[in-house]
Ligand binder design. Structure first.
Ligand SMILES: NC(=O)c1ccc[n+]([C@@H]2O[C@H](COP(=O)([O-])OP(=O)(O)OC[C@H]3O[C@@H](n4cnc5c(N)ncnc54)[C@H](OP(=O)(O)O)[C@@H]3O)[C@@H](O)[C@H]2O)c1
Length: 340
């Protein structure tokens, strides 16, 4: 294996995350000696121009993993469960974007610039956290290090690209269909846009649950926020109250968080810590970051840092980040850089 000039595979290369991975590998001048692109048999055979030359997309089901040093997986959990162990057995280090291995105690769950050191304990597979957890960790990681996070109430406002290319197609379609007659949106009687990706239409709407319902009335996305936050911060006792909401935004997950620490934290201290947080940008109070501001950007944006007004001593804040970049592809590439 050569980790100076590794041979890299992008698995799920035609997807929203896989496409972002390719452009981020290129823009960060990742020193790959070769790049291989893999997807389903639907895409196999297509030729994709890359900075490493034209690459023919391979069918994951028949691709030979021998010779790959780093494999960036973003083709869904089922593909990760089936193929990631095979790629690892063939000598690759797999950086996996799905939730397949995130809870596995033998698999590090790493947010670059928050818990980098955890990556070195890998046994061939490293997990990239969920995109919502990733964004909020960029603010909470530094605060936790300074003051010890004890309690967290967190509500996400998640964009449709979190559901991949299909999510973006569905939103564009529904905005088109429902937007044709504003009166019906105001008074009722809107036409059913006929989608089945989400339980209800997402165009001109807000869905008070992202993901699928699992235990205790919470969704899998909400449980990811609980379990992944505790694992990343190595703090199994943090109390977390999560709500995940889907909003009609193309790219950019926003998260509102109210936090309490092992001691009171002032706004001045929080702003000082967050202003120095790597990979994040703290915005002033009269300039509030929104999903449109973060789309296409690497930095997670932080704003509305304020003191809690019910119980004193805590901090409430807002973070928003590009779920396809820091929430997925950028972090995966940063983890690959940590392996070099
Ligand atoms: N979107 C996000 O914000 C985000 C964030 C973090 C993690 N993730 C995770 O990343 C993964 C991909 O998400 P995405 O948003 O990029 O989805 P997407 O746009 O729907 O892309 C899915 C990718 O998986 C490939 N694929 C699907 N079925 C396959 C099969 N049977 N064999 C091989 N390849 C197959 C697709 O190839 P074809 O084009 O050939 O079908 C495509 O390249 C998921 O596990 C998701 O949970 C997504």
């Amino acid at each position: 294996m050569s980790m100076n000039n590794p041979r890299v595979a992008v698995v799920g290369a035609t997807g929203a995350v896989g496409s972002a991975m390719q452009s981020i590998l290129a823009s960060r001048h990742f020193p790959a000696s070769e790049i291989r692109l893999m997807a389903s048999e639907r895409s196999a055979g297509r030729v994709v121009p890359t900075p490493w030359g034209d690459v023919v997309i391979e069918n994951l089901a028949t691709a030979d993993p021998v010779g790959i040093d780093i494999a960036l997986f973003s083709a869904g959990g089922a593909r990760s469960r089936e193929y990631a162990p095979r790629f690892a057995a063939a000598g690759a280090v797999v950086i996996d974007n799905s939730s397949a291995f995130r809870a596995d105690p033998d698999v590090p769950l790493v947010v670059a610039e928050v818990n980098d050191d955890a990556i070195h304990a890998h046994h061939g597979i490293v997990s990239n956290p969920n995109c919502t957890t990733m964004v909020v960790m960029m603010a909470l990681g530094p605060l936790h290090r300074a003051a010890g996070l004890r309690r967290l109430t967190v509500t996400s406002y998640q964009s449709v690209s979190g559901s991949g290319k299909t999510g973006m197609d569905v939103l564009a379609h529904e905005l088109d269909v429902l937007g044709k007659d504003r009166e019906l949106l105001v008074h009722g009687g809107w036409p059913d846009p006929d989608g089945d990706l989400y339980a209800r239409p997402i165009g001109y709407n807000v869905l008070p649950h992202a993901g699928s319902f699992t235990e205790q009335g919470y969704t899998d996305e909400e449980w990811k926020l609980v379990h992944e936050t505790r694992k990343i911060l190595d703090a199994p006792d943090i109390l977390i109250e999560p709500t995940c909401v889907r909003v009609p935004v193309m790219v950019g997950h926003g998260i509102a968080a109210t936090t309490f620490f092992s001691r009171p934290v002032s706004v001045a201290e929080a702003r000082e810590i967050l202003g120095a947080a790597p990979g994040a940008e703290l915005w002033g109070d009269n300039k509030v970051p929104t999903p449109l501001d973060c789309a296409g950007r690497d930095e997670v944006l932080i704003g509305r840092v304020r003191a809690t007004v019910g119980e004193e001593g805590g901090i409430s804040l807002w973070t928003v980040g590009d779920n396809l970049r820091k929430g997925a592809a950028l972090n995966a590439v940063q983890l690959a850089e940590l392996l070099l």
